[in-house]
Design a protein around this ligand. Structure first.
Ligand SMILES: NC(=O)c1ccc[n+]([C@@H]2O[C@H](COP(=O)([O-])OP(=O)(O)OC[C@H]3O[C@@H](n4cnc5c(N)ncnc54)[C@H](OP(=O)(O)O)[C@@H]3O)[C@@H](O)[C@H]2O)c1
Length: 252
């Protein structure tokens, strides 16, 4: 079966491609680096020719409100237009996206989902919690000088390997024409996650808890980013993942 993975060179994309190739499928890892650009449309029709399944794992190079909205709208439209004959369109979105529409990034994901739902193409949307690998990015986006001001709200972080397992499984299953949720094995406060990350990586920045600190534009509560009771849970705990990362040099 021909499967096209848009963003097939990215974090989740590359791991999903690897899993599906191991199962013997004809998988195209599509991205601007391989001549497929969903913004300009270059190479998209050729990439999708004969594909039964499209998995959209692209991400916007910019998280700025207007840029990210334009990215997911333009990319979604181009992909769905070229993929009108596809039997299953799959996209990865975010747990709590609909609750957090004060965030420009979440509005962009909503726009992406609405395009998929209105396309008439059979689809599955996977809502995931935040990846373990994304925690450093969250810390960075809330850093001023040596201080990282963060909401102490719960997150339910999940390893990219667990996410890719689900994406590969969904690609080989029938479309649900709806949304499924996945999350990590445990809830941890964002401030605790980043404190553990900094300890493991010898990062000298100070973590400060502030319930009003924004997460990509919105305040969080303890349920905002946590998966529902029916969510499928990954196996890899944050601390176990952290202990498997290459050692970091202590800064002088
Ligand atoms: N971060 C989280 O915790 C989280 C949680 C839930 C859901 N998600 C969603 O998961 C998805 C994948 O995230 P990720 O972290 O795996 O992404 P990533 O590592 O940043 O990879 C992004 C991919 O998008 C490709 N891309 C960028 N511009 C493109 C274009 N114009 N046309 C085609 N491909 C393009 C990149 O290709 P190049 O390598 O060629 O640049 C790359 O392969 C995103 O949609 C995100 O919203 C993320």
């Amino acid at each position: 079966m021909k499967i096209v993975v848009i963003g097939g060179t990215g974090l989740i994309g590359s791991k999903t491609v690897e899993r599906l190739r191991k199962k013997g499928h004809d998988v195209l890892a599509a991205s601007p680096n391989s001549g497929v650009d969903t913004i300009t449309g270059k190479g998209v029709a050729e990439a999708l020719a004969g594909a039964e399944v499209v998995i959209d794992l692209a991400n916007s190079p910019s998280f700025e409100d207007k840029a990210v909205l334009e990215f997911f709208q333009t990319s979604g439209r181009n992909l769905l237009k070229a993929g009108a004959g596809v039997k299953h369109h799959i996209a990865l979105s975010i747990v709590g996206m609909e609750r957090l529409q004060g965030s420009g990034y979440m509005r962009a994901k909503m726009a992406q989902e609405q395009l998929i739902k209105g396309s008439g193409i059979p689809y599955t949307i996977v809502h995931s919690t935040q990846f373990h690998e994304f925690m450093a990015g969250i810390a960075q986006s809330n850093t001023v000088g040596q201080t990282v001001r963060l909401s102490p709200a719960y997150l339910q972080p999940i390893a990219s390997d667990d996410v890719a397992d689900v994406m590969a499984e969904v690609a080989l299953a029938a479309p649900v024409n709806g949304t499924i949720e996945i999350g990590g094995p445990e809830k941890i406060r964002l401030t605790d996650i980043v404190t553990r990350l900094f300890k493991a990586t010898h990062d000298p920045r100070q973590v400060t808890a502030d319930p009003h600190a924004r997460y990509f534009g919105v305040e969080l509560d303890d349920t905002s980013l946590v998966a529902g009771a029916k969510a499928r849970l990954g196996k890899i705990r944050f601390d176990d993942w952290l202990s498997q990362q290459p050692p970091q040099k202590k800064s002088a």
